[in-house]
Write a protein that binds this ligand. Structure first.
Ligand code: DQA
Length: 145
């Protein structure tokens, strides 16, 4: 099984940005932990991070016929990018939306996800472990069992 982990804007700044919310691990450190989990479960994981909406859309389109699932933390785009929502709806691959923080206990503008409508489900609030939970969710999708 191949899984693509997509991170959107400002997630390249993990370890530096708002540590009380996102913790102290860098994105590279988190990706290494995800890689170790995936190796243990026979999954091939690739990682993509970009701060631009268009690059994220291209990565989603590019996943067709390559990946069995996508785990995406679209950062702030989650809350307003109809273009990323449409890109997710273009592809026939299970997509799981993840957030490190519990977006529902934060500012009201973070409560709404526009990308969620194209996703199988949402995981939020478990820090860097949200990504592992997202991968487990992809593994357990009926088409991947
Ligand atoms: C986030 C939550 C978003 O609201 C925020 O804009 C982010 C990170 C999270 O992982 O908790 O950049 O997606």
């Amino acid at each position: 099984m191949r899984i693509l982990v997509i991170n959107g804007p400002n997630l390249n700044m993990l370890g530096v940005r708002e540590k009380s919310i996102y913790g102290t691990k860098t994105l590279d450190e988190i990706n290494e932990e995800i890689t170790q989990f995936c190796i243990g479960h026979g999954i091939d994981a690739d990682f993509f991070q970009n701060n631009s909406e268009g690059a994220i859309i291209d990565a989603i389109h590019g996943a067709i016929n390559i990946y069995d699932g996508i785990v995406i933390n679209a950062g702030a785009y989650t809350h307003y990018s109809i273009a990323i929502a449409d890109a997710i709806k273009c592809i026939d691959i299970p997509v799981v939306e993840v957030h490190m923080s519990n977006v529902h206990s934060r500012e009201e503008y973070r409560h709404k996800s526009v990308i969620g409508s194209g996703c199988c489900g949402v995981i939020a609030g478990f820090g860097d472990y949200s990504y592992i939970l997202g991968i487990m969710a992809v593994m357990h999708m009926p088409e991947n069992r």
